[in-house]
Design a protein around this ligand. Structure first.
Ligand SMILES: N[C@@H](CCC(=O)N[C@@H](CS)C(=O)NCC(=O)O)C(=O)O
Length: 203
């Protein structure tokens, strides 16, 4: 199988974390995609031009990090990342969605900064900075939830990947201002899959 992604995509990073978590390194080649370029050859691979993109051995292609992570998790018939059954399932979905909202917003913000300075929208940037601040505040509390501190799950993975963007985005900062979140992020960074991938992101 092939996973097409970029070195900087946080969504692609989640798929790569899942590959390590499930020990699939020998079954999946991770290939660099050229996104956001006119006539990129990648558009022949994935017409949407987005990453991550998983291509199965029979040629079927999957978009969306959540779907790709779920597919990879189910490959061995022993999924570990499905939401729990019962009331905890909704708690778990709520937390994953909360983390994804923050990640989506910060992605819009970083994408804006990649544009040429005269093409950037100060309104969008200000909106996303404000959203990120509110979400950081919200997570300072929500990170205490037992589901954020038990078995590794999609909510934890999504938030860990989101917080890691602090290393690449100057104005996004939670360390020093949000001690509970900082301690949580530091603990997560010790997980082998994150320890292996996070420091090398964007290299
Ligand atoms: N909801 C999607 C988001 C994927 C996404 O936004 N990928 C960005 C990179 S971080 C991308 O492909 N950008 C290139 C483009 O939009 O052309 C997911 O979870 O996979």
């Amino acid at each position: 199988m092939e996973l097409h992604t970029t070195h900087t995509s946080p969504f692609g990073l989640m798929a790569r974390i899942m590959i390590l978590e499930k020990g699939l390194q020998d079954r999946i080649s991770v290939l660099a995609a050229k996104t956001r370029a006119i006539d990129s050859p990648y558009y022949q691979v994935n017409p949407s031009g987005r990453v991550p993109y998983l291509i199965l051995d029979d040629g079927t292609g999957f978009e969306e990090s959540q779907v790709i992570c779920a597919y990879l998790d189910h490959l061995d018939g022993h999924p570990r990342f499905d939401h729990p059954v019962g009331p905890n399932g909704w708690k778990s979905r709520r937390l994953e969605s909360l983390a994804r909202s923050m990640l989506d917003g910060i992605s819009v913000w970083s994408r804006e900064l990649v544009r040429a300075p005269n093409e950037r929208s100060p309104t969008i940037i200000a909106h996303e900075i404000a959203r990120a601040k509110r979400m950081t505040e919200t997570w300072e509390e929500n990170v205490r939830n037992p589901l954020m501190n038990g078995d590794f799950n999609m909510a934890q993975m999504t938030l860990a990947v989101t917080l890691n963007i602090e290393n690449h985005l100057d104005e996004f900062e939670f360390r020093g201002t949000h001690p509970t979140l900082t301690a949580w992020a530091n603990r997560m960074a010790e997980r082998p899959s994150l320890k292996e991938l996070l420091p090398h992101l964007a290299e």
